[in-house]
Design a protein around this ligand. Structure first.
Ligand code: ADP
Ligand code: MG
Length: 710
């Protein structure tokens, strides 16, 4: 049976295609209006972030291949990727034994012959003609006779028309439905047509200072570089633009904030000083420096936005509490928002011990409290009288109203979405905000993620702390762990055993439950074994942690809920099961649960070296080798890349197509310095900065609305 012929029935093609844009395309023209881009291709391009001609011109190759050297066939080296030119001697269509069709072409050039084969592309037999000059780029078979399978091909029509061979060839990111050949040809043509007319918003002085290519040149070289160095100069210029526009956007945001009316708190503050005098220790010099920076901000009548960064155990909490007391002592309410119930409970308990004797009420909005207790707490917050509120994102619920909120602490901020951070701020008019994080962020990322915040760092631990010895233990060596735990528990110390789970589902929790049972029935059972995980009701969790803190149970089996912030100074041993499943930052956080007093502490990571991935091995080796959180964060960034480091979407990092945050730190710093200078010169970005301003707003305005509510 033959297929019916519909050709006569099909209406003329133009009738179906979208109306042609009568005028010439501009940079802002959506690509779907361009010739050759139908709805399906424009959909694919959209997945690559390409909507307009401008987006297309900025689509960055993943890498380049130098295919300039055209070798004679006789000089091809077996097994290597090379580019070769020759004449078509024969064309054939074949099928493999499994029925896969292929096109075969025999090429010759007087020095030898080469066979090229393309599988599943039988139509190629119609592309080639005998006697044609053809260029191929591909890997030559490792054994004679010389063959190339699925090489890139190009039919020579004059040197200018080369797209895929005979030049430095860009390799673009692809998505299903788009071919490398199509993209390459399309972008080469598009940049030839549009690049020369691209207006360059960057003032010439800035370009000269940093030896940047003109934008038109950069775009052209991105797609059609004559030399590899041109390609990298192009990338550098475009990366500079990204960093520069981004820096401008967040620095402007910050400038706007500084003119908003904030609260000038009373500094020095009698209440904070009284609390400080009651502490059982003196603050470390680093804590004092951080506190003074914060106080300095608080005294100003502009809203503080500060990031307090410091490795686990360095004592951020007390700094935050003293700052909160400064607000309270000035007649305002303060709130501390923690990422987990356990941590909120711990903050509340600590804060109570310190501040209730001073007459400051602490309101803990825990998950499990009764409606009447909650009602009472809400009434207190809605009033005008100063107090300290502590809670999780429960503080963000609409019925939580603050009468006089002036100071907000967000602890361990990376656990919160930026929207939540903004949510608490919205409960007050321009409060001072202190964001705390123990996840040490490499400097490049800090500039991006928190570029709108002022940064202070606590870079020393309280005296007497010793680094935790970290040991990687295999399944077979478990008895070592048992012996170590027995010794420590017998001395009255505490130990954690962590079973990683991803979603705390019932199935996953089984591992933790079984581990706890095994310890209860084993030789360590007599020391008291607790089990805590995310599914327990808040009150029960609190009771279990309290028993561990008090020493009634000395061994605590836990899921990763103990990861953040839990502080039990008597705990000196940490066992992390299946450590290969956790990220480096998490592992370091967990390890930070021990070594919080002056006894030597130990951390066992359990993983079978035979059964884990290369990357997991690299992580564990880094953990064993490094105790410094910043060094680990840098290692983590190298291992995982910036996208995954934080969870890209929430961070705004996906805004960078060209700038590589791991490699381009100095470029980012340069761009930021230029942005600072530009805003000093022209705060409203007027005159020669108008183009830059437009570009910045186009690129970042909508994104910043979300990513920088902080
Ligand atoms: P993190 O920075 O990880 O949040 P914490 O604030 O939980 O650290 O502090 C860790 C422990 O160190 C707490 O038990 C705290 O009381 C104690 N601590 C804080 N500052 C000092 C100090 N200057 N001297 C001694 N101990 C301190
Ligand atoms: Mg903490």
């Amino acid at each position: 049976m033959t297929a019916p012929d519909y050709t006569e029935l099909t209406p003329p093609r133009q009738a179906l295609s979208p109306p042609r844009v009568p005028t010439r395309a501009t940079l802002a023209t959506p690509v779907r209006f361009l010739k050759g881009i139908g709805p399906s291709r424009s959909g694919c391009l959209e997945r690559l972030g390409v909507r307009t001609v401008r987006d297309a011109l900025l689509l960055t190759p993943r890498r380049y291949e130098d295919r300039r050297a055209l070798l004679p066939i006789g000089r091809l080296r077996l097994g290597e990727f090379q580019t070769v030119a020759g004449r078509v001697k024969a064309i054939g269509l074949g099928r493999t034994r499994r029925g896969v069709p292929y096109c075969e072409v025999m090429l010759e050039d007087g020095t030898g012959t080469l066979l090229a084969r393309w599988y599943r592309q039988p139509y190629l037999t119609r592309t080639f003609r005998r006697g044609q000059r053809v260029i191929l780029a591909g890997r030559v078979s490792p054994y004679p006779p010389r063959e190339m399978v699925n090489p890139e091909h190009e039919i020579e029509e004059g040197a200018d028309a080369r797209y895929h061979t005979g030049r430095i060839v860009p390799i673009y990111p692809l998505t299903a439905g788009l071919s490398q050949r199509f993209l390459r040809r399309w972008l080469a043509d598009l940049s030839r047509e549009h690049a020369p007319g691209i207006p360059d918003p960057l003032p010439p002085a800035v370009q000269e200072r940093h030896r940047l290519l003109r934008l038109a040149q950069a775009v052209q070289s991105l797609h059609l570089p004559g030399e590899m160095t041109e390609a990298s100069a192009a990338r550098r210029r475009l990366a500079f633009d990204e960093f520069f526009l981004f820096s401008l956007a967040i620095l402007r945001q910050r400038a706007v904030r500084t003119v908003e009316a904030g609260i000038a708190f009373r500094v020095p503050n009698a209440l904070a000083e009284r609390a400080r005098a009651l502490l059982p220790f003196t603050l470390t010099p680093a804590q004092v420096r951080a506190l003074e920076a914060i106080w300095n901000d608080m005294a100003q009548a502009r809203p503080m936005q500060r990031l307090l960064q410091g490795d686990v155990g360095c004592g951020k909490t007390i700094v935050a509490v003293l700052a909160a007391l400064t607000a309270i002592g000035s007649g305002y309410q303060a709130a501390i928002m923690a990422p987990t119930e356990i941590l909120a409970a711990q903050h509340a308990e600590r804060a109570r011990a310190l501040v209730e004797p001073l007459g400051v009420p602490v309101v803990h909005l825990a998950g499990g409290i009764t409606p009447s207790v909650r009602r009472q707490a809400l009434d207190l917050l809605a009033g005008e009288s100063p107090c300290l509120a502590v809670g999780t994102h429960a503080l963000l619920q609409p019925d939580v109203v603050f009468g006089r909120l002036g100071f907000v602490v967000v602890d361990e901020q990376h656990r919160f979405g930026v929207l939540q951070r903004a949510g608490l701020q919205k409960k007050a008019v321009h409060p001072d905000v202190l964001v705390m994080t123990a996840t040490p962020i490499p400097r490049s990322l800090a500039l991006v993620l928190y570029g709108d915040l002022d940064l202070c760092v606590i870079d020393e631990l309280p005296p007497g702390r010793r680094p935790v010895s970290t040991l990687w233990v295999e399944e077979a060596e478990r008895s070592r762990i048992q012996a170590e735990l027995r010794m420590r528990l017998a001395r009255g110390e505490r130990a954690y055993v962590v079973c990683p789970v991803v979603e705390e589902s019932a199935a996953e929790l089984k591992a933790a439950v079984q581990t706890a049972d095994a310890y209860r029935q084993g030789p360590l059972g007599g020391f008291g074994v607790g089990l805590v995980h995310g599914r327990l009701p808040a009150a029960e969790k609190a009771a279990i942690i309290a028993a561990f803190r008090g020493g009634q149970t000395r061994l605590l089996v836990a899921t990763t809920v103990v990861e953040v912030g839990v502080d039990v100074p008597e705990a000196t041993a940490m066992v992390i099961e299946h450590a290969d499943r956790l990220g480096l930052a998490q592992l370091h956080q967990l390890r930070g649960r021990v070594g919080r007093a002056d006894q030597p502490a130990v951390c066992f990571v359990v993983a079978d070296p035979q059964e884990i991935t290369e990357e997991a091995r690299a992580r564990l080796e880094a953990l064993v080798r490094e105790s410094d959180g910043f060094a680990l964060a840098e290692a983590d960034l190298r291992l995982r890349g910036p996208g995954e480091f934080f969870g890209t979407r929430q961070s705004g990092l996906d805004g960078f197509a060209l700038g590589d945050l791991t490699a381009d730190l100095s470029l980012l710093e340069t761009a930021r310095a230029e942005a600072t200078a530009a805003l000093a010169e022209a705060p409203a970005l007027e005159r020669e900065w108008a183009g830059v301003r437009r570009a910045m707003e186009e690129r970042w305005a909508s994104r910043l609305g979300l990513a920088h509510v902080g």
